[in-house]
Design a protein around this ligand. Structure first.
Ligand code: PMP
Length: 405
């Protein structure tokens, strides 16, 4: 039995009333809510341990440093990385991708080279590559989609040339919910000795991740989409790449010795962590991982799969509703449109029924252009959602459909 009542009690915000009715929160792909365990880890840090890390010999500094570095090990184990120094703390997925685009780009991408991404990427895993390619006069190529919103793997193979220097794809689409066959994509790229970056922003909270089994060269994710605070995220990179890449930002922490004329850089992971880090965020992330671990990722995946199939069946019963993203391998995200109704108009009515969904392009404007739609209405589920809440989503969508048709 999935302990849903106990879990819901851990998330104070789920008791919130919106327009005098209980909130039904289905905007989890944008950000998840935080359990008390995470909130307490943050307040506990400020009440008992706050100090800048890595620089002091006094008690508090040592304690905060130990907790921070322990969190790195917890994250290493969570994604099954080989070394803790392959875990780099960033502000989130966006900063992690920017770090690789900038640093890997400077070192390994030259005029005429090629990078492959897909048409389903979030702007965070799109614009950094587009801009880097423009700056370095390289070419960005796009993996197209099949009808069901999965990647066209046969087309991907034809995009690989001797000029390809990197492949970058999302593990799970934040719009279509498609779970991409990233292990297969990585194996194909590795046959040509091409490294692969995986955007894991939508996957880490929903499934077990094993970066060594995937053989990913880079894997990025954000704390706030996995029940941890905003402003903290992770770049996992294989030691061999991180060793070769130049620093991304310059400043304190990332140096070994500084002279008037030159500087030598710190070892991994500190080479990529310039400045005072987000210690409270790191400790909040550690608490979130422990929380997920206590429930069990397999249990979470099974519970969310059940929610997805229940919601999909019920939504498909609504006149004129079309779901975008119907791959067999899907995470708990449903994007849909109601026949000829603009998603913003529907979203306004759904909101008034105390149901939170997201409407718009979901930071994937190239995908909207590709699908020739203005945007979608998106409901994304977390393990604290219930079928009763999904019934309320249904009611709200039906009402929007009736009022606007
Ligand atoms: N990639 C994907 C697939 C996402 O869904 C998001 C967030 N919506 C991001 C990247 C960016 O994450 P962040 O804003 O936390 O950096």
């Amino acid at each position: 039995m999935f302990p849903i009542e106990k879990i819901r009690a851990d998330f104070p915000i789920l008791q919130t009333k919106v327009y005098n009715k209980p909130l039904a929160y289905f905007d989890n792909a944008a950000t998840t809510q935080k359990p008390l365990q995470v909130i307490r880890a943050i307040t506990g840090y400020y009440e008992k341990e706050n100090c800048n890390i890595h620089r002091g010999v006094h008690f508090l500094s040592v304690k905060a440093t130990e907790a921070y570095e322990d969190a790195r090990c917890v994250i290493r184990d969570f994604i099954h990385a080989q070394h803790s120094h392959e875990i780099i703390f960033t502000r989130g997925t966006t900063e992690a991708v920017n770090l690789v685009a900038d640093s890997f780009g400077k070192k390994f991408i030259a005029e005429g080279d090629e990078v492959i991404t897909s048409v389903m990427e979030h702007h965070s895993n799109f614009v950094p590559w587009q801009q880097m390619c423009l700056q370095r006069k390289a070419t960005l190529k796009f993996i197209p989609l099949l009808e069901d919103g999965s990647l066209d793997i046969a087309a991907f193979q034809t995009l690989i040339t001797e000029k390809t220097r990197l492949v970058t794809v999302t593990h799970i689409s934040n719009v279509l919910g498609t779970i991409n066959p990233v292990k297969e994509i990585i194996a194909m790229a590795h046959q040509h000795a091409i490294p692969v970056l995986i955007d894991g922003a939508q996957s880490v909270a929903h499934m077990n991740i094993d970066v060594q089994d995937l053989d990913a060269d880079f894997y990025c994710f954000s704390g706030h989409k996995m029940y941890a605070p905003m402003g903290i995220g992770v770049l996992y990179g294989k030691e061999r790449w991180l060793e070769e890449m130049p620093p991304y930002q310059m400043g304190g922490e990332m140096i070994k010795d500084v002279f008037f004329t030159h500087t030598t850089f710190n070892e991994l992971p500190f080479k990529f962590e310039a400045g005072t880090p987000n210690v409270e965020g790191v400790l909040g992330l550690r608490a979130a991982i422990r929380y997920l671990h206590d429930i069990g990722m397999d249990q979470i995946e099974a519970y969310e799969r059940d929610l997805l199939s229940y919601a999909t069946q019920r939504l498909l019963g609504i006149e004129g509703l079309k779901i975008y993203g119907t791959s067999k391998h899907k995470a708990s995200v449903i994007s849909f449109l109601l026949h000829k109704i603009h998603p913003y108009d529907a979203g306004m009515i759904i909101d008034k029924m105390s149901v939170a969904v997201r409407t718009g392009h979901h930071c994937a404007m190239p995908l909207m252009e590709y699908l020739k739609i203005p945007g979608t209405i998106r409901a994304s589920f977390a393990f604290y959602n219930t079928k009763e809440e999904i019934d309320r989503l249904l009611e709200a969508v039906k009402k929007a459909n009736e009022m606007l048709s």
